[in-house]
Design a protein around this ligand. Structure first.
Ligand SMILES: *[C@@H]1O[C@H](CO)[C@@H](O)[C@H](O)[C@H]1NC(C)=O
Ligand SMILES: *[C@@H]1O[C@H](CO)[C@@H](O)[C@H](O)[C@H]1NC(C)=O
Ligand SMILES: *[C@@H]1O[C@H](CO)[C@@H](O)[C@H](O)[C@H]1NC(C)=O
Ligand SMILES: *[C@@H]1O[C@H](CO)[C@@H](O)[C@H](O)[C@H]1NC(C)=O
Length: 282
């Protein structure tokens, strides 16, 4: 009788441990490595600080994305909000609210996610560029979990006809579609498919700064990623190659998926449950 109960307890605890491990809620770590404050905007933002908050230079913040979350994250720069969260920014405004209820105004660099099985993620410059961004998948089990985003800062290299300036500073770079509104730049009309919408002088400039980001609407092959079981680190103003770490299940994970580390972790779990079962059955 007592043994039966122990067996049941054992099965229950091991399934809880295993389930928790495989289900794996997605941890989002947002890091500001810019020299200035950034005000991330997130929509839908219910599980992300209400959709907007200030993030000081060098700070990071951690959220857990709900199952099935699909949304976008961008940065706002040069903001001025009053104590009630009313104000405006030089780039990325979502109306006048600190907490975003909808999308930001272009031009803004966007990180886009669809969490499913697998997750889809990308960084998009289709609506222009305001801050360097990278999306790094960590602890991914399979898929192409490459880092999406930028190595450099397009504000330093923006063609003058696309530049958004505040005084003498370039604060953002508009897309050619936004500025010239032609079918060629906007991938419309006869240019409305992946065969006829080709890279342009401007989109190539965007691509050179952000090699794994959408530089125009049909830039899919090198820009969209699919990854199973990962957590995500979204960094403002860091190159794709920089080392970054995040916490998941109280473990520090660095630099992309580490299969050997994962294996050691699973071995450890197995040993703990074995010891537990021996003790329970004794
Ligand atoms: C918010 O601030 C703007 C100026 O930035 C002002 O015009 C507007 O009236 C303010 N709205 C509220 C609700 O305080
Ligand atoms: C993953 O994506 C990167 C960047 O687009 C690409 O260079 C690489 O070949 C892809 N890897 C696989 C296995 O598809
Ligand atoms: C992390 O990756 C970068 C570039 O891919 C590399 O230079 C660095 O040495 C890596 N760090 C570790 C701890 O593996
Ligand atoms: C990967 O895991 C090994 C242990 O298996 C560890 O020594 C190494 O530091 C890990 N690398 C990273 C970048 O976390």
């Amino acid at each position: 009788m007592a043994t039966h109960i122990r067996v049941i307890i054992f099965i229950f605890t091991s399934s809880v441990i295993l389930l928790k491990h495989s289900e794996g809620a997605r941890i989002f770590t947002i890091v500001n490595q810019c020299n200035e404050m950034v005000w991330p905007g997130i929509t839908p933002g219910d599980n992300f600080g209400g959709g907007g908050f200030p993030l000081k230079s060098g700070q990071s913040i951690v959220f857990t994305a709900p199952v099935g979350w699909s949304g976008r994250i961008w940065g706002r720069s040069g903001c001025n909000f009053d104590s009630s969260g009313n104000g405006s920014c030089e780039t990325g405004n979502c109306g006048t609210n600190l907490k975003c209820a909808g999308s930001g105004e272009p031009p803004a660099t966007l990180a886009e996610f669809t969490l499913a099985n697998p997750d889809f993620y990308d960084v998009s410059l289709v609506d222009g560029f305001n801050l360097p961004m990278s999306v790094r998948a960590v602890n991914g089990v399979s898929g192409n979990c490459s880092t999406a985003g930028c190595d450099g800062d397009l504000r330093d290299d923006c063609p003058s006809e696309l530049a958004v300036k505040v005084g003498k500073r370039t604060v953002a770079c508009r897309s050619a579609c936004d500025v010239f509104n032609t079918d060629e730049y906007c991938c419309r009309g006869v240019h409305g498919n992946s065969m006829t919408c080709q890279p342009t002088y401007y989109s190539k400039k965007f691509k050179s700064v952000c090699p794994t980001a959408y530089s125009y609407a049909y830039d899919d092959p090198t820009s969209i990623f699919t990854c199973f079981g990962a957590d995500y680190i979204i960094t403002f103003c860091a190159g794709r190659k920089q080392t970054v770490c995040t916490y998941h299940d109280n473990r520090l994970i660095c630099n992309g998926s580490n299969r050997s580390f994962e294996f050691v972790h699973k071995l450890l779990l197995f040993m703990i449950s074995s010891i537990l079962s021996l003790w329970l059955l004794a």
